[in-house]
Write a protein that binds this ligand. Structure first.
Ligand code: FAD
Length: 537
């Protein structure tokens, strides 16, 4: 759906069953869960869908190897359940969004002999926990084989390796697919609309004052219940309800840097199980590039957090430690930060929920807040939130949760050989076909229909993105700003800042035609996008 049509639905005089504030993985997952149970749903997102943490993740679908270590070390059943839940959800995402997900082999390099049985046993246990949802068997690698699979690894001191499997996914496009699927089930979801206040009747929250950041208009949306799914901003929205509400969250920053594809083999990732300060570090192939992350540093709450120079240095230092390659800041093509919400006042939340990695809190005003968790388990979090909402707001759904069986848009008619079909049907270059197949799944031909089969690339030959995708994003994926297209409908700005800057004027030109932008709006888009792209994202 395009943004204008969705906006018309949002401005109608009506009372929704649920108003969801926040359009990341959690909010969009809740919208799909609730709408597919037959509830009427509105969702607002102050920036673009997934513009917060949900497009800035490590892009792994995982149970969490780290949680598993904690489970075993501390005989901790809670951590154990977290891993098990994550592995089950990993399997469901691979099934329901096959175009946006894949199985990824990861090598764990081992530089001391004692690590060999420890890490191997741990990863074998990880396989066992996955049970039926398993996606491959971990195995020991000789030093030679580890170096064959990941030739950039530092050879000196390497004893052996362990190969294991996890899932990898396209986080920003997964949110786009969630929005499309929830919309098909009747949800009305609009980006660039912020909740600026909460409406109450007799002390109970029954809607929100909202502000369209693109048009400047303000109005009120009414609902039987309001869900605060604003991730790291959860306390800010809680304080619209109760200005004195005690903080539940602290935020920390996790950054990633992106290097040329030469720094990682195309189909294998690397997991460093413990850095000098006890963190896990990943070097992953991603969209033809190498993605490296992440960090964990105390941070300020910001809508557009930036990767700090010290965090970039930290990642470069570690990569140099484990790689037989010289690299410095000039090798970085893009860097970006995502904010994690960390619950620091467990007493204030329902402890049973805390045990599940996310928390749900219902305020005396009945504002329902959900935060925490991880991308992989968004579906389970959504189910939990909607179950709570049904009782708290006395809603009448037509059925229970069935999202485990709902394929996401693009995944219904997915065929693994879809890229070859695109080549033969439209005569596409193989790299373009592969990109369209993975980004849009069974919807890829709709993108090509827009341009009548023309295949104008947005950039030079080394990027597979088409101009038709910009038009498609405006017509069917609610793109409202140039950065929505450049960062989330396409991953360009998160991969290669200079390439995004080059493509920017043409993207604005195409969007101006689609969205009827005058000269002033085009100049504003150019200014905002240049500013974002020249800062670290
Ligand atoms: C560095 C890092 C790496 C990660 N890697 C992984 C990984 O590999 N795998 C995994 O499973 N998980 C990972 N995670 C966790 C995962 O990314 C998060 O759990 C998930 O994205 C959280 O989604 P969310 O919707 O709760 O929050 P967000 O994505 O932040 O969404 C909240 C939204 O609310 C909006 N909002 C705020 N205030 C308002 C308002 N007043 N009105 C309207 N909208 C508002 C914000 O703009 C934002 O878009 C990672 C997290 C980080 C930080």
């Amino acid at each position: 759906m395009n943004r204008a049509t969705a906006l018309t639905g949002l401005c109608q005089e009506r009372v929704f069953d649920l108003l969801i504030i926040g359009g990341g993985a959690t909010g969009c997952g809740i919208a799909l869960d609730a709408a597919s149970r037959g509830l009427s749903v509105a969702l607002i997102e102050q920036n673009d869908f997934a513009e917060g943490t949900s497009s800035r993740s490590t892009k792994l679908l995982h149970g969490g190897v780290r949680y598993l270590e904690l489970a075993v070390k501390h005989f901790d059943r809670v951590q154990y359940n977290l891993v098990k839940d994550g592995l089950r959800e990993r399997g469901l995402l691979l099934k329901n969004a096959p175009h946006l997900t894949k199985r990824l082999p990861l090598v764990t390099p081992l530089y001391s002999w004692w690590q060999v049985p420890y890490i191997f046993a741990g990863l074998k246990f990880y396989d066992i926990l996955a049970g039926q949802a398993g996606i491959g068997h971990s195995r020991l690698l000789s030093r030679k084989r580890a170096l064959e699979l990941f030739p950039m690894l530092k050879a000196e001191g390497l004893k052996a390796g362990v190969l294991y499997y996890d899932g990898q996914f396209n986080d920003a496009r997964m949110v786009t697919a969630l929005v499309a699927t929830a919309t098909e089930h009747g949800a009305i979801m609009v980006n660039h609309v912020a909740a600026t206040g909460l409406i109450k009747e007799e002390g109970q929250v029954c809607g929100a004052e909202v502000h369209d950041r693109l048009s400047g208009e303000t109005w009120a949306i009414r609902a039987r219940g309001v869900i605060n799914a604003t991730g790291p901003f959860a306390d800010t929205v809680r304080r619209l309800d109760d200005p004195k509400a005690a903080a539940l969250l602290k935020v920390s920053s996790g950054i990633h840097i992106v290097l040329d594809g030469l720094f990682a083999p195309p189909d294998t990732g690397l997991m460093i199980p413990e850095t000098e300060d006890g963190r896990v570090l990943f070097v992953l192939p991603w969209e033809g590039h190498a993605l490296i992350g992440t960090t964990d540093e105390p941070a300020e709450l910001e809508e557009h957090p930036r990767a700090a120079a010290e965090e970039i240095d930290y990642l470069l230092r570690h990569v140099s430690k484990y790689f037989d390659l010289q690299l410095d800041k000039n090798d970085i093509k893009a860097a970006w930060s995502g904010l994690r919400p960390l619950v620091f006042d467990p007493e204030a939340a329902d402890t049973a929920q805390l045990a599940r990695d996310h928390f749900i809190q219902v305020a005396p005003s009945r504002l329902l807040t959900i935060s925490g968790g991880k991308w992989t388990t968004y579906r389970e979090m959504a189910k939990d939130a909607v179950d709570h909402a049904v009782t708290t707001f006395d809603l009448q759904p037509q059925q229970g949760c069935w999202t485990a069986d709902i394929p996401l848009t693009g995944g219904r008619e997915y065929r693994p050989d879809g890229d070859q079909l695109l080549v033969s049907r439209f005569g596409l270059a193989p790299d373009v076909a592969l990109h369209l197949h993975h980004a849009y799944g069974d919807q890829a031909s709709r993108v090509l229909e827009i341009s009548g089969g023309e295949q104008h690339r947005l950039l030079a030959e080394d990027h597979p993105y088409l101009e038709a995708e910009v038009s498609y994003a405006c017509r069917h994926e609610s793109a409202g700003r140039a950065m929505d297209v450049l960062t989330r409908r396409l991953p360009l700005a998160l991969l290669d800042r200079d390439a995004a800057l080059t493509a920017l004027p043409r993207v604005i030109e195409l969007m101006a035609v689609e969205l009827d932008w005058g000269a002033q709006r085009q100049a504003e888009e150019l200014r905002i996008a240049r500013q974002r792209l020249t800062e670290a994202l």
